[in-house]
Design a binder for this molecule. Structure first.
Ligand code: UGA
Length: 465
């Protein structure tokens, strides 16, 4: 089928490339001409494992192209996926002006009837407003527009895998014809017949075919927001348990392991640490709070989850202060900048907040991240960007682990110990084994693992602030 993608961010690029990979003819466009230029030069504006290979193959097969000509892209697609950004406004609401602009573009540039699919994360009822906007902006034309919601559940770092091997595909539609078109688009994924699968190179693990859930447009929109907010609440819950463990002398890793063995709870998203970041959870929970308030519903559960999350970095910093007494002029190494491993995305990354606060305390900060250094340089021009984790350790009085990159786990920690001025490791992601680190002679402190009375008191003082 002929598909247009409006917006070449994470969602748009992965969606466009994967739809081309499963056989469709896809044209992607974006307001940001430099992004399209980068793509047309054969590079990607983001790092996402496996994506480059798919883009290269589909461009060569002429199933995927990128254009700055927005109208041309609109006219190419019988189905148009809106993948534009919906960033937070100062009051927490999602800024939907790019969706409105996309509706105007589609309405004015179309020369035939279209199916318009909202893929961007949007508050409930956006589909209704989108349909209305398309009707208003196209009042001089005879073309019709049907609207659908098809929320994405892609995680950065595993987005290609998530697209090609989803657990579920949700489509919110108003009519059977639209449902039929979306079924056809996703047929290879639904039938698990993507051959050869670019992720597993032809040997995909045995897994049940994804469920295709057909709902109303409003329900589909809500499924996305409710899912992200639930996961955010789950993480904050794990962090609350971690705080109790740390103060009272239990080990959170044992506790969440025990909890996760209950299939009603499950082990996923119970990893305690510096909290959730990225461009999805922090903004989505805020937008969901606003939506609930407008619906007249008590959203204090969501608000508390957000508050717990916002405290994580301060509590971690309090721990660093406890160990180092004062941070001023102390050389501190930070491992990790990205909001999670396997991405170069630093938006709302706890590591970024941590570094800002270390700088406010006049610490001397040196950092390394396998992928996110380039994106961080303009934010913090004065800190030291190191070639690798070993350079970060040089003369440091503490190493703070902010992102759980697998390669940090596999470092030569004996060597790190000899490089550091003081072998103090504060692990904000519980990446390392506490006993092993202590046996090696490190002063090591994770999250939610019993600490000395004094450290517990400092953390509690911050929590009560
Ligand atoms: C999230 C959702 O997982 C996707 O399903 C959704 O499609 C996406 O948002 C979106 O709305 O576009 P993503 O933001 O890429 O995906 O990352 P996650 O893997 O969900 O992690 C989010 C944050 O939570 C990260 O900062 C991560 O470090 C943190 N996290 C995650 C924890 O602190 N503990 C956990 O147990 C899990």
């Amino acid at each position: 089928m002929r598909i247009a993608i409006l917006g070449c961010g994470y969602v748009g690029l992965v969606t466009g490339a994967c739809l081309a990979e499963i056989g469709h003819s896809v044209v992607c466009t974006d307001n940001d001409e430099s992004k399209i230029e980068t793509l047309n030069q054969g590079s990607l504006p983001i790092y996402e494992p496996g994506l480059q290979e798919i883009v290269d193959r589909c461009v060569a097969a002429q199933r995927l192209s990128f254009t700055t000509n927005l109208g041309e892209a609109v006219r190419h697609g019988d189905t148009i996926f809106i993948c534009v950004g919906t960033p937070p406004l100062p009051n927490g609401d999602a800024d939907l002006s790019s969706i409105d602009a996309a509706a105007r573009l589609i309405a004015t540039e179309s020369r035939s009837s279209k199916l318009v699919v909202e893929k961007s994360t949007v508050p409930m009822q956006t589909g209704q407003n989108l349909a209305r906007a398309l009707t208003i902006y196209s009042r001089k034309s005879s073309h019709t527009f049907s609207v659908a919601s098809n929320p994405e559940f892609l995680r950065e770092g595993t987005a290609v895998l998530d697209f090609l091997h989803p657990d579920r595909i949700v489509i919110g539609v108003n009519d059977e014809q639209t449902e039929g078109m979306l079924r056809e688009i996703y047929q290879p994924v639904l039938q698990r017949s993507v051959v050869p699968c670019p992720v597993h190179k032809g040997s995909c693990p045995v897994k049940e075919a994804p469920t295709l859930l057909v709902t109303s447009i409003s329900s589909a929109e809500l499924i996305k927001h409710a899912s992200n907010s639930f996961l955010a609440v789950k993480i904050s819950y794990a962090n609350l348990i971690a705080d109790i463990c740390e103060s009272m002398g239990a080990d959170v890793e044992e506790v969440v392991l025990g909890m996760g063995l209950d299939p009603r709870i499950g082990p996923a998203f119970l990893r305690p640490g510096l909290g959730f970041g990225g461009f999805c959870f922090p903004k989505d929970i805020q937008a969901f709070i606003r939506l609930g308030e407008r619906a007249g519903v008590d959203v204090s559960l969501l608000r508390d989850a957000e508050v717990i999350n916002k405290r994580r970095v301060d509590q971690f910093l309090a721990k660093a202060t406890h160990y180092l007494w004062t941070l001023k002029q102390k050389r501190i190494g930070v491992l990790g900048l990205a909001f999670k491993p396997n991405t170069d995305d630093i938006r709302f990354a706890p590591a970024i907040e941590l570094i800002s606060k270390l700088l406010q305390e006049h610490a001397q900060v040196q950092v390394f991240d396998p992928k996110a250094m380039t994106k961080s340089r303009s934010l913090f021009p004065s800190i030291r960007y190191c070639q690798d984790a070993y350079q970060v350790a040089e003369h440091a009085e503490a190493l703070l682990i902010a992102t759980e990159w697998e390669e940090f786990k596999n470092l030569d920690w004996e060597r790190i110990k000899t490089l550091m001025q003081r072998p103090l490791v504060l692990d904000g992601r519980n990446l390392l084994d506490a006993q092993q680190m202590q046996a090696m002679g490190f002063e090591y402190q994770g999250i939610g693992i019993p600490v000395t009375q004094a450290a517990a008191e400092t953390a509690r003082a911050v929590a009560l602030r």
